[in-house]
Design a protein around this ligand. Structure first.
Ligand code: URA
Length: 272
């Protein structure tokens, strides 16, 4: 027979497996099917079938009511409705800060909405905030952000010329890749953010931002350097894909490709 594991052994296992965050005070059994929908009221005395387990067994107290997390489809629908209702970037930031449909909000310190100049002709989009961004509330302020600043400087740009945001505005725990579901919930917000900022050109950095905004599935080494069109509202925005600065920090030999992309961006800005 297997020995029951002590809580200490279980904790040691979790730490060794890389768990570095506790999401809630109470454990949640996410494998348990959701409770059936409440039956409609039928009069003063509910039928036996609708009586609660607590009533049937008074020794067992009813579980405290906790708000059920929105089902993913509901959360996506809510995100769409709420994003659409924003009439300005300020309103959008307020709506997003109050939105509870994305589970990442629970583990992040704050919303990381944007940085730079919302009137800039270029909007740069990354994947999701990291630790420094989560601490400061500003995108691209860590090592990758410092490299981004150098890349911009190399073509005569800085944060006063560009507006910067991420596909997902809350830091995923431990900087893991956001799940497709988390991205789907956040996409209506970044689409509306692009629509309201109305840049002349979008620059997507890295595979997740490029694939999620253009719908292309190829790897970033194939997609980079190519121009796409991203449709937001009534507009089609010319979009250049490039390498993510975090990737360039790991693969500095690829920097020449990113410089080439930024020169193409600069040339297009000058031509328009
Ligand atoms: N990487 C991103 O994609 N976005 C940030 O804001 C920081 C690092």
């Amino acid at each position: 027979m297997t020995e029951p594991q002590s809580p200490r052994r279980i904790l040691e296992f979790l730490v060794a497996a890389g768990v570095d965050i506790i999401v809630g005070d109470e454990p949640v059994n996410r494998l348990q099917p959701p409770p059936p929908p409440a039956m409609p009221e039928r009069g003063p005395e509910a039928p036996a079938a609708t009586r609660t387990a607590a009533a049937a067994n008074p020794a067992q107290p009813a579980a405290p009511a906790r708000p059920a997390p929105a089902a993913p489809d509901d959360a996506i629908m809510q995100a769409r409705l709420q994003a659409r209702s924003a009439g300005s970037l300020e309103e959008l930031a307020t709506i997003m800060a109050a939105f509870d449909g994305c589970a990442l909000k629970a583990t992040a310190s704050r919303l990381v909405f944007a940085d730079g100049n919302p009137q800039g002709r270029v909007m740069i989009i990354g994947e999701a905030p990291g630790r420094e961004e989560d601490e400061t509330g500003r995108p691209f302020v860590g090592r990758a952000g410092q490299l981004l600043d150098k890349m911009l400087k190399a073509v005569g740009l800085d944060r006063s010329h560009v507006y910067i945001a991420n596909v997902v505005p809350w830091r995923p725990p431990g900087n893991r890749t956001p799940t497709p579901q988390e991205v789907a919930i956040c996409l209506p917000f970044i689409h509306r953010q692009i629509e309201l900022a109305a840049p002349d050109i979008l620059l997507t950095m890295g595979a997740p931002a490029t694939q999620n905004l253009t719908g292309r599935k190829d790897g970033i080494l194939r997609l980079r350097g190519q121009w796409f069109e991203v449709e937001v509202g009534q507009n089609r925005i010319p979009t250049l894909a490039t390498l993510h600065p975090a990737y360039l920090l790991r693969q500095p030999g690829q920097k020449a490709l990113a410089w080439r992309d930024l020169r193409a961006l600069k040339a297009r800005l000058a031509a328009e």
